[in-house]
Design a protein around this ligand. Structure first.
Ligand code: SAH
Length: 818
């Protein structure tokens, strides 16, 4: 709390409420020889008197000098300043007539107009120069932490203990207050109204490194005992504990094609924890298809996260209505819904048909054979989003399946019960308390640097940023044991970092321990820089996972937002071990066969042997991949998938063919373009403009004006010894350098996938543009894998209290721990 230091020093410089006018008696009261243990210079009876306003003094005997030296040895060593070297320590003091004792909590005078500071008094001492001090260990209000402007999310009585201590003039103490410690186990669902007479409460520490909110050490002791047996132990609220396979379930929100959860599971499994992606949610159909193709074990939900949230809320009610989940009984609600009568689409159609056809006679009765699925939404475009069930009708085939609202199913409660029971048993959908981990990155397009209409004043009101709220709402409802949220660095840059503060504040407000780090993909063995924010959250009953430290050098460190510079996951300065050398484009893609701009094959054979370690690793079969759970069975050899480039139109292709095949080449090498000494491009007046066969200019105007003529990106060729700054979602050569070093085309989907660390066996589906999107959107697999390993360490109780950890030598090649 740096502000505090200012306050303390300004006080000692005479700006405190009384420091300048401290009456001589105050000094008299503590004036005593260094070895005055036991001698009391106070006046008889002084201790119990109410002091006068304007007085600050110690009361009672000094603490025996031997004890004081033992407890605060640094105060008695030579070489201290006259303000910090102690003459004696005390247990009690009186300021303005108020008696304070060691370990009391108190308000401390702040600058005019500001709320008093809050501290625990951990030392009372008189310095050798005669001045009187107390040492404060500070509490943070939410507004003093990283949460800052989002302070309203956190109850105004909740504060956070710190490890920061400093010395202050005794007369800065204002008032004694009551602060209640709530053990972390009790913080979820804690109601501050139950402690009306307490001024504040706390259950966590706030630590500046990686802006962490963590349990108090006293909690850690109980918790680590618990967590060593966590994986197999009974968690009262969790149906997971009854999982015979000891699996930890993962819900991947905004899953895309599943890179993040794939990496997390691989890493956790390497670390000896069976983490399995049970559910994934994404509204992009192709991304869902890709995920399903690679993860048949996952229930992939192709719907919006908003609908998914409504769905799981309704699912929980349904389960409890059939006495499957006891959390909340909504039997009555369900039954009254089900009594609403049959007015489904089928019935409506039936009525319409009957009206149309007078000869139809008695209308046909449609009978439900089976309920096949459930969703929340408006599948029939009736303008109303609600719970729907997929119905197979008796005597009809799958083509005739329809989606029906709940109220239409009053006559088939048995079928409904059957479906819900089956779904409950197979964990069709997650229930509160049954989820191990939620991962995902809620898209916040409203903060993208490319978006000119960003709402800086109220970023959360921008519908493009709404998903952040939906994400935390899902976490709040399901209360998973762990959360891992990913986002772009703009999250902590845009609008003063509001969205990052919001996410941390909300997670803290619902009881989670949290911390935030920024990781560069390149630091984990990729030729791509790609800095992203990762937020860990853990229930107070768990160990908060650490950040895995880099394993590789990375060529370009990029620029971090200054305020959060310290959140970049890295070794402390001077403590860096020898990291593995940085990877370059050549290491990642040089073994891939040459393909043309018009390549059409989605699958082809490999033609060259892998050379680099990276190539050998990435080409492994699924069952050879460390952490892969298809144990015991050998996966088929795979061919080379998705090695297709986005097809450039003829004009762009003609341009690309003219970009020299050398390092640093781009549109600036085209005839007619001249580079000024200030690195801006201009037209060379001596050269006539060159035109393509189509009549379009070779050098398009947009290339000349992009970033006011300063950019080298348009039609930029990558080179073998380079790293890519960020794999993008649109293979657009007009404003990104993404041409192959030696072939006249953009990098293929597979080449991009390699740069993101996708194993080659991971096959994608959908149109080529969609596959680029899936790859460009992904969390780099090696980053997720390293985080998965940290998660396993936390689950196994083997992670320390430090915010960062070192991955095993040779990770990911480590034998699974016994
Ligand atoms: N974590 C993924 C990448 C996710 S990219 C990975 O590592 O592979 C973000 C995804 O969010 C995109 O696939 C997009 O389709 C999806 N998305 C965006 N808004 C959504 C919404 N409202 N509901 C569900 N999915 C959404």
């Amino acid at each position: 709390m740096p502000k505090r230091k200012e306050s303390a020093s300004s006080n000692s410089q005479g700006q405190s409420k009384k420091a300048v006018s401290a009456p001589p008696e105050v000094e008299d009261a503590v004036e005593m020889p260094e070895n005055a243990a036991g001698e009391d210079l106070k006046l008889e009876g002084e201790e119990d008197e109410v002091g006068e306003v304007g007085q600050a003094r110690f009361l009672g005997d000094p603490i025996p000098v031997e004890e004081a030296k033992r407890r605060w040895p640094h105060r008695y060593t030579r070489g201290q300043s006259e303000f910090t070297q102690a003459r004696g320590h005390y247990s009690n003091a009186e300021v303005d007539g108020v008696v304070f004792s060691l370990d009391d909590e108190a308000y401390v005078q702040a600058e005019p107009g500001k709320d008093s500071y809050i501290c625990k008094i951990v030392e009372f001492f008189s310095a050798v120069d005669g001045s009187l001090h107390f040492t404060a260990q500070w509490y943070y209000r939410a507004g003093d932490t990283v949460i800052q402007s989002c302070t309203s999310l956190v109850h105004n009585k909740q504060i956070f203990f710190s490890e920061i201590r400093d010395d202050n003039p005794l007369d800065c103490l204002v008032k004694k207050i009551n602060i209640k410690f709530i053990p972390s186990k009790e913080i979820i669902g804690f109601d501050p109204k139950t402690i009306p007479t307490w001024d504040f409460y706390y259950s966590k520490k706030y630590l500046l490194p990686y802006t962490s909110f963590v349990n108090m050490p006293s909690d850690d002791e109980t918790k680590s005992q618990e967590s060593t047996s966590t994986i197999s132990s009974d968690r009262e609220t969790s149906s997971e504990s009854h999982d015979p396979k000891n699996e930890i379930s993962l819900l991947d929100l905004y899953s895309g094609c599943g890179a993040m959860s794939t990496g997390l599971c691989l890493g956790a499994n390497i670390g000896g924890v069976r983490l399995v992606t049970k559910w994934a949610v994404d509204y992009n159909q192709y991304a869902c298809e890709s995920l399903k193709l690679n993860h048949p074990e996952t229930e992939v939900r192709n719907e919006s996260a908003e609908d998914f949230l409504h769905l799981i809320e309704e699912w929980e009610k349904l389960c409890s209505s059939f006495s499957l989940s006891t959390k909340r009984s909504s039997c009555n609600e369900m039954e009254s819904n089900a009594k609403g009568g049959f007015n489904s689409k089928k019935a409506e159609e039936e009525e319409e048909a009957a009206e149309d056809d007078d000869d139809a006679g008695d209308s046909e009765i449609y009978e439900v054979e089976e309920i096949l699925g459930i969703c929340h939404g408006d599948p029939n475009n009736h303008g109303k989003s609600e719970l729907h069930f997929k119905i197979r009708w008796k005597g009809y085939g799958p083509e005739e399946d329809t989606w029906e609202p709940l109220e239409g199913l009053s006559d088939c409660k048995d079928k409904l019960k059957e479906f819900v029971t089956r779904g409950y048993e197979s964990k069709l959908l997650p229930l509160p308390g049954s989820v191990g981990v939620i991962c995902g990155g809620p898209p916040c397009q409203g903060i993208s640097g490319f978006n000119r209409f960003r709402n800086k004043e109220a970023p959360l009101e921008d519908p493009k940023n709404k998903q952040l709220k939906v994400y935390v709402d899902i976490v709040d409802f399901l209360k998973p044991r762990f959360v891992l949220m990913e986002n772009v660095v703009d999250m902590v840059k845009f609008a003063g970092g509001f969205l990052g503060r919001y996410a941390l504040g909300r997670l803290v407000s619902i009881g989670y321990q949290v911390r935030m780090g920024m990781m560069a993909a390149g630091s984990y063995g990729l030729p791509q820089f790609r800095m992203r924010v990762f937020m860990w959250g853990a229930l107070p009953t768990e160990n908060l996972p650490q950040y895995p430290l880099p394993t590789h050098e990375v060529a370009n460190r990029g620029v971090n937002p200054t305020e959060f510079e310290m959140n970049a996951v890295n070794y402390d300065e001077g403590c860096e071990p020898t990291l593995k050398p940085a990877l370059f484009l050549k290491d990642a893609i040089a073994d891939l066969p040459a393909v043309g701009n018009k390549e059409e094959r989605d699958e082809m054979p490999y033609t060259l042997d892998p050379e680099s370690e990276f190539q050998k690793f990435i080409r492994r079969r699924r069952d050879e991949m460390p952490g892969c759970l298809v144990l015991g069975s050998i996966s088929p050899e795979h061919s080379l998938y998705d090695h297709v480039p986005y097809r450039l139109n003829q004009d762009d292709y003609d341009r690309v063919c003219q970009v020299p095949k050398k390092k640093g080449a781009n549109f600036r090498n085209f005839p007619g373009v001249r580079v000024r000494p200030d690195n801006k491009v201009e037209w060379d007046p001596d050269i006539e403009r060159v035109y393509l066969k189509s009549g379009k200019p070779l050098v398009p105007d947009y290339a000349m004006t992009f970033v006011r003529g300063t950019s080298s990106k348009p039609f930029g060729r990558l080179w073998w010894d380079e790293i890519v700054s960020t794999v993008v979602t649109r293979p657009e050569p007009h404003n990104h350098a993404l041409l192959h070093p030696e072939q006249d085309r953009v990098l293929t989907v597979r080449e991009n996938a390699r740069l993101q660390g996708f194993p080659d066996y991971y096959k994608l589906t959908g149109p080529v543009k969609e596959r680029y999107m899936q790859v460009g959107n992904a969390v780099a697999v090696p980053v997720a894998r390293a985080l998965g390993y940290s998660l396993a360490s936390a689950l196994k109780g083997s992670s320390g209290s430090e915010p960062v950890m070192k991955l095993p030598e040779n990770f990911p090649f480590v034998p699974p721990p016994a």
